[in-house]
Design a protein around this ligand. Structure first.
Ligand code: ATP
Ligand code: ATP
Ligand code: MG
Ligand code: MG
Ligand code: MG
Ligand code: MG
Ligand code: MG
Length: 271
């Protein structure tokens, strides 16, 4: 139809490339997961099956052929995942709509395809499908990317401490959800930790690190073999280094370029 008299409509399409040479993060978030988690009876405050499913869907995004290894690290908590891309990414001419929709679509498709493995007794319905929105944000320095990941991890901690205390009050303390909310309003972190420990015998610091710190997926290239040339693609790829206070990411597979999910470290990420 290229030469037709209708082709002028094509010119209404606006270019939407990301700036060259910037890092960018695509963050997806589940739509209405407060209700969705109730519908499928997620364990509160943290359903391990749901978190694992998020991690597996993220691994499919990071390791899938669609992104071609351009996303090097991803961080997840609750119903959200952040995918961090290399500065040099040239996928789809860096068109932001293409990139965001691709990540959302691959993630959602994987989430739905994997759902029966994690919730075999709670089938999805067409009326209440798990759907995700997405956005892209560009960053110019490694420092900003590190701070971005720290920002999401601090959010994980704040939300998890609140949710853990809230559900202890409801499930163990017999409060209504409204009473629990009132009791927690205005409390600071140390008060919540104290409440958990003295009233419910829960030592917050010993809870599953996945709940407290989130999950991280790291793209790992197979080490370059001696006979490969020094400038082969695997040679200069990033490694995530765990900080002193967080566990190192276990490598799950020796296959070439597998994404791995691990407890999130507040890691200095080299790119
Ligand atoms: P929005 O559409 O604006 O994102 P939302 O209902 O998805 O609304 P969020 O702020 O994204 O709200 O919060 C997600 C909610 O999903 C959490 O508050 C929690 O109730 C629920 N949720 C997500 N993952 C889990 C999980 N693994 N275990 C238990 N609950 C979860
Ligand atoms: P891109 O990723 O760039 O979109 P593509 O392979 O999806 O590449 P399109 O230009 O979108 O290419 O064209 C879609 C192609 O999918 C068609 O050319 C056709 O080969 C195939 N296709 C889609 N729907 C049908 C269908 N209903 N029956 C047969 N073939 C189909
Ligand atoms: Mg949202
Ligand atoms: Mg949500
Ligand atoms: Mg959310
Ligand atoms: Mg197509
Ligand atoms: Mg097409």
């Amino acid at each position: 139809m290229a030469g037709s008299r209708y082709a002028y409509v094509k010119s209404f399409e606006l270019a939407d490339p990301l700036l060259p040479s910037t890092f960018f993060v695509i963050r997806i978030d589940g739509k209405g997961f407060h209700g969705f988690s109730k519908l499928h009876d997620f364990d509160k405050p943290n359903d391990v099956r749901a978190l694992t499913l998020m991690n597996e869907a993220a691994k499919r995004v990071v390791g899938g052929r669609e992104l071609n290894g351009e996303c090097v690290v991803a961080f997840g908590e609750s119903d959200e995942y952040s995918f961090v891309f290399k500065r040099t990414c040239k996928l789809h001419g860096r068109r932001s709509s293409k990139l965001v929709t691709l990540v959302v679509s691959v993630f959602t498709a994987a989430y739905i395809a994997l759902w029966p493995q994690y919730f075999p007794n709670s089938p999805l319905s067409l009326d209440h499908l798990p759907v995700f929105d997405g956005r892209v944000v560009q960053y110019t320095s490694e420092q900003e990317i590190q701070d971005y990941l720290r920002w999401r991890q601090v959010d994980t901690h704040i939300n998890n401490l609140y949710n853990t205390t809230f559900w202890a009050l409801v499930l163990q303390g017999g409060r209504t959800e409204q009473q629990a909310e009132q009791e927690l309003s205005g409390t600071i972190s140390s008060q919540k930790q104290e409440m958990l420990f003295s009233q419910y015998g829960i030592n917050y610091n010993t809870l599953d690190p996945m709940f407290r710190k989130g999950s991280i997926v790291i793209w790992e290239e197979e080490p370059v073999k001696a006979e490969d040339s020094a400038d082969s693609p695997g040679a200069a790829l990033p490694q995530a280094q765990p900080s002193a206070d967080a566990p190192a990411a276990p490598v799950e597979s020796s296959e070439n370029a597998q994404p791995t999910a691990a407890d999130a470290a507040t890691a200095p990420i080299k790119m």
